[in-house]
Design a binder for this molecule. Sequence first.
Ligand code: HEC
Length: 142
Amino acid sequence: MHPVGAAAVLAGVLAVAGCGASSTPAATFTEIYPLIFPIETKAQCNFCHGLPSNDKSNGKLSMGIDQPTAYAALMATSSSSMCGSGSAVRDLVVPGDADNSLLFQKLTTPPCGGRMPLGGSPLTAAELDQIRSWIEAGAKDD
Ligand code: HEC
């Protein structure tokens, strides 16, 4: 195949697969954290997930109130709530695979429980794209 043609086909495949525009760099965790986690934000993840692990208030997902604690919790945790019951093993973040990351699923179409932020308005498409790009790029502590 002609090299230019191959590049065009590849770009088309990436666009269809939802990998985002190849020219847009993946979001870093430093960009995502202040966007959704602090209680000052619209999503207010920390309002519930900053509390100690508890079945009722946060599905046993405690992410603290700072970026390093949140990163460590997200990367080390498989769901220990109803989402991980029975034979289901669900990792919150599967580096390189947003669709199989419980974090991403809970923000879009949750396989269990409610959509996050619980009781709040959904993240925007742009915010979801950033979270997806961070996970797809390896979910680095960057
Ligand atoms: C009003 C409180 C509240 C807010 C705000 C909130 N959550 Fe939750 N979250 C919960 C509760 C309660 C559960 C457990 C019940 C459920 O899954 O529906 C939960 C469960 C989860 C789980 C699944 C944990 C597991 O191990 O099964 C994830 C992931 C999650 N939340 C991420 C987030 C993110 C990211 C945000 C911010 C965008 C957020 N939540 C905002 C209360 C909240």
